[in-house]
Design a protein around this ligand. Structure first.
Ligand SMILES: *Cc1c(COP(=O)(O)O)cnc(C)c1O
Length: 387
């Protein structure tokens, strides 16, 4: 049982937040598909007035995610990007945000193309290097945004070390916890101020919705974020809130299987003569292995590998039968992507090569299928890809 929690994580996944419907006894919170609420009399309401401001289905989800991340306040948004936009809306003209150098492309884009127009600037830093962060903590800097492990090379950042440094300078630590999920990593307990998710990925887990979550523990931050959520209106609808609650119930069993499969595939890939490199923070030789072990309860379900030069990545990808070529991650089905042409296409080729994102680099979101079927699929594709 984790510190500060009434129940252990696996119980919160099922009974956390608002456990069922008080009025009818329905074991699942209903989809409150309503925009407005009847007022009892002038000046008196039930606690709900209008669904942008509050909706019981969304509220159940928000309470559940807050408990999972061990914060007191959760907020649900229409997408991961809407959640990120709401968090950046905390800042003002003249403020600067430090971001992990391999941050999610959409996070970079919204800063580079939208928030820059409002005078909020950003700078890339290697968040794995505390000295580099320290050096860049000038007085305009108001936040450090960390993603760990990063996409696609799965580099690990020490969240507690970043948060400690940031705190000394009065700077907020924001962690995008999408790749780990609260089942494996709880940044607020490591000193972060804000944790956010693309709930589209592991929290939802079934590749059937788009959603975003923000969790904080400080009341003042929560009030600001609620104000932003209600004022800018990027809220998650009741149907998707319901689906997300349903997905979260199986987060524990899914994450266990995701990482069990990923670990086995990573170990197996290491032994293959057609593989140049395997990136997985669960491998002891991974540079972030120790930190990952200390701050998370596992290495997760994402792994990246590089085919040797003489193997054709196009033939490899096109020969896969179970593993699906698609953007996104975190669903029950295994997905593969080629970062160079997909998630990281906007980075100039020379820079891409320099940071290790070669054409032959492939990212796997390992699903929960039978791992031997996944191995067989990869094996037959590699045989075909030999030039
Ligand atoms: C997908 C993703 C996002 C964006 O979330 P959406 O739900 O697609 O808006 C943000 N951060 C990370 C790490 C992601 O993988």
């Amino acid at each position: 049982m984790a510190k500060g929690r009434m129940h252990s994580l696996n119980t919160i996944l099922i009974h956390g937040g608002i456990d069922g419907d008080e009025r009818t006894g329905a074991v699942n919170i209903p989809v409150y598909q309503t925009s407005t609420y009847k007022q009892i009399r002038l000046g008196e309401n039930t606690g709900y007035e209008y669904s942008r401001t509050g909706n019981p289905t969304r509220e159940a989800l928000e309470k559940l995610t807050a408990e999972l991340e061990q914060g007191r306040y959760g907020l649900a948004f229409a997408s991961g990007m809407a959640a990120i936009a709401a968090v950046f809306t905390l800042f003002s003209s003249g403020d600067k945000i430090l971001i992990s150098k391999n941050v999610y492309g959409g996070t970079f884009r919204i800063l580079d193309k939208i928030f820059v127009n409002f005078g909020i600037t950003y700078q890339f830093v290697d968040t794995g290097d505390i000295a580099e962060i320290e050096k860049n903590l000038t007085k305009e800097v108001k936040a450090v945004l960390v993603e760990t492990p990063t996409n696609p090379l799965l580099e690990v950042t020490d969240i507690a070390a970043v948060a400690e440094t940031a705190k000394k300078h009065g700077v907020l630590t924001i962690v995008d916890n999408t790749f780990m999920s609260p089942y494996l990593q709880r940044p607020l307990t490591l000193g972060a101020d804000i944790v956010l998710h693309s709930a589209t990925k592991y929290l939802g887990g079934h590749s059937d919705l788009i959603a975003g979550i923000v969790v904080v523990d400080q009341e003042e931050l929560a009030q600001k974020l609620y104000f932003i959520q209600n004022s800018t209106g990027g809220v998650l609808g009741p149907n998707d809130s319901f689906l997300l609650i349903r997905g979260i119930k199986t987060l524990g069993v899914r994450m266990e299987r995701h990482q069990q499969n990923a670990g086995k595939i990573a170990e197996w890939l290491k032994t293959k003569n057609w593989v140049k490199e395997v990136y997985y923070p669960g491998l002891p030789e991974h540079p972030g292995y120790k930190i990952q072990n200390r701050q998370a309860d596992g290495a997760g379900g994402m792994l990246t590998f590089e085919l040797k030069k003489k193997y054709d990545y196009r033939i490899f990808i096109n020969s896969l039968k179970i593993i699906t070529l698609a953007e996104s991650l975190g669903g029950v089905e295994s997905l593969i992507c080629q970062p160079a042409s997909m998630t990281h296409a906007s980075i100039p080729p020379k820079i891409r090569e320099r940071i290790g994102i070669t054409e032959n680099l492939l990212r796997l979101s390992v699903g929960i299928e039978d791992y031997e079927d996944l191995l067989a699929d990869i094996k037959q594709a590699a045989e075909k890809a030999e030039a």
